[in-house]
Design a protein around this ligand. Sequence first.
Ligand code: TPS
Length: 541
Amino acid sequence: MVFTKKEVDYSLYLVTDSGMLPEGTTLCSQVEAGLQNGVTLVQIREKETDTKLFIEEALEVRKLCTKYNVPLIINDRIDVAMAIKADGVHVGQDDMPIPMVRDLVGPDMIIGWSVGKISEVEQLSQWGPKYVDYIGIGTLFPTQTKKNSKKVPMGPQGAIEILNALESNNATWCRTVGIGGLHPDNIQRVLYQCTSSNGKRSLDGISLVSDIMASKDAAGSTKILRALLDSTTYEFDKSLKFDSEGPVNHQSISNVIKQVSSNRPLVQHITNKVHQNFGANVTLALGSSPIMSEIESEVGELCKIPNATLLLNTGSVAPIEMLRTAVHAYNEERRPIVFDPVGYSATTTRRSLNDSLLSYGQFTCVKGNSSEILGLSGLNRDNMKGVDADTSLTDIKLLAQATRIVAFKYKTIAVCTGQTDFICDGTFGGELHLSTATNGSSVDSLTVFAVSNGDIPIMGDITASGCSLGSTIASLVGGLGPSGSVFDAVVSAVLLYKSAGKLASETCEGSGSFHVKLIDNLYNLFNENEPSKWSATLQQL
Ligand code: TPS
C-alpha cells in the first residue's frame, strides 16, 4: 500500500470505459494522457471485459498509476482488486454489500460506494468510518455512459441534499465526488452550488468517464478540466462584481441608474403572455430594449449583444429544449439571467418544471413572491393559491429565512416579494472551493435586507405586476458596466419599483389608471435619477 487514505486527492477522478475509445487510442494511452495532465485518481471500470483481459489491462494501468504516483481503484471486481493489489475498490448499490467487501479487502484498501439517496448516507454513517471511505454522488446529469440506468438525474440540488445528510449524520470522514454527465460547461457550476447548508462541506472532486475516455484529445480535455478545478472563482457574470462596495446608498443607486441609461441593455424576455406587453413597456420606461423572443435558433446571437440579459419567467412555458438552450447560451456568454419561478408549488407539474430549469444553469437573481420563495426553500410547500401570492404570509422571520435558503441553495441573489420585500445575496462573489465550501459561512449567516413602503394592495389588482419587477431587475442588472455591483442593481430595482408603485397608488383612480401610472412613475423616477426622493426604504434585518 503506497497511499494512506488521507493522502488521496479526489479532485479529478477518471473512470475508464474501453467501449468509447476513439480510433487510434487505447485504454492505456487515454489514461496516460489523463495522468500526465492532472488526473489524480483512476478507476478501471470495464463491464464487458473477460476476467483474463481485465487483469492484463489492470496490470498495465497499475504500472501507469505507479509511474504518476496516483492510486488505482477497481470497479466491482473485488477479486481482481485483491489479485493485482489495487489501492481500492468501487462498488455500486447492486454490487456486493459493503460490510462483506470490507471483510474481504481488509482495513487499508479504499472503498468507494455509488450513492444517490439519503437513506444510503444514513446507512454508511451507521457503519462508521471503517467501511466507506468515499462516495460517488450521482447521477448528476443525464449520461450516455451508464446504459440502462434507472436513476433520474438528481442535479446539483440532489447532491446538496446528500452533502447535508453527510453533515447531519456526522460522516465527516467520508469524501465525495460528483459523477454523471459532467463536462467543462457544468463543472464549475456544480462545484460552486454544491455546498452543505452549514457551509462546511463541498465536493472533494469530480469523477467522469466520457469527457476524457471518448476524447480525441484526452490530454487537451484533461488540461481544460484541471484548469476549471484549480480556479477559485466561477465568473458566471463575466463583467460584473457581486459584492457591494459598502451599504447600498443613494450614490450607489444613482450610479446604477447612470450605467443603465448609458448602456441601454437588451432584455430578452421569455415570459408568459399576460406579462409580455406590460413587461416590454416597463423595460422601455427604464431606458432598456425589450425583446420577447422564444426562438431557439437566435438565442446564441442575442446573448452576444453587449449588455444582453435574460429574464426567464415560467408563467407559461416555451418548449423545454428552447429554455435549456437559452440558459446554456447566457451562462456560456457569462451574461445575467433573472429567474422567476411563477407558481412554484401550485402544481406538481410546475414544481418539477421549475426544478428542472433551475438544474440547467446558474442564475444571477431568483425572484419570486412569498409563496414561491417558501416553496423553493422547502420550508413550506402547501400554501399556494393558484399562481398568486398568499397574502396571509407575513411572518417576517419565516420569509427572511426562506430568502436566505434560496440565496444559499442556488448561490444567487434571492428576492422575495410581498408587503415587505426581502433580498439576500448568496453568491459569495462567485468563489468556489473543493471540500471546504464556504469555509463555514452557513445559510444562517447570510444577511437579509428588507424593502418596505407600506402596503400597496392595488399592486395585486393588475396583471403582471410581480413579473414586471423581474423586468426591472433584469434591466438594471443588465445595464451595469464593468465596475457595477449586481447586488446594488437588484436592490435599486426593488426600491425603484416599490417607490413607483406607491406614487402610482396615490394618484390613480382605480386599477386601470394604476397600470398606466406605474409606467409613468417608473419612467420619471428613472430619468430624474434622484434616489434620495424615493419613498421605499431599505433596512438590514
Ligand atoms: C466514483 N457511475 C455513475 S454515473 C457513471 C458511472 C460509472 C457514468 C458517468 O459517465 N461513482 C464513481 N464511480 C462509478 N463507477 C460510479 C459512481 C457509477 P460520464 O462521465 O461519461 O457521464
